[in-house]
Design a protein around this ligand. Sequence first.
Ligand code: CA
Length: 233
Amino acid sequence: MKPVVLVVEDETSLMTMLRYNLEKEGYRVTEAGDGEEAITVAAETPPDAVILDWMLPRMSGVEVCRQLRRRPETRNVPIIMLTARSEEADKVRGLNVGADDYMTKPFSMVELLARVRALLRRAKPSQAKGQLSFSDIVMDLDAHRVSRGGKYVHLGPTEFRLLQYLMERPGTVFSREELLNGVWGPDIYVEPRTVDVHIRRLRKALNETESMDVIRTVRAAGYALDATNDQAA
Ligand code: CA
């Protein structure tokens, strides 16, 4: 099976060049000419890596990146952002919304291909399951077990997925909306308050063995997995 690389680029000549070179490297290429199309194509054929132009019609690359990160099927896909800008602030912004790498146009095709290879290599271990840990919490994804301070924590399936989502990016504040999209999926309608219910259950289960609350409630913003007790509800 060839790895699928989604190229999101509105410049046709650059798209043609990228497709040619990526196919020559042995990848299967899917393409999108604007941001909305990118979301559709990624949902139809989940890519193994995404090359994403920053300046796109309809929806910016930054927004595309954010949306890909919210969907379970593309949550961990490596994303390389392409941009005409070279400002450091933009680079930081790109990386903040979840891009893994960043290249400024005009770029060297050889270097881009090397980075795609490196990202695909790096992405492999996270596709295999394994363990997640944060503070004294350990999640064994294969055995579907959670422990805190060495003691087994019993979680329902939703709480398990919720904790996994938070543990994959500790410190990040997620809105209820983001948690709904990431944990329940974008196509499932659930009341935002449902998130609060499951957070409450998760918190209760985790705190049965230890007193330090690792889930931070950020008023009017959402939740994060954090080692501080600030603003805890
Ligand atoms: Ca463009």
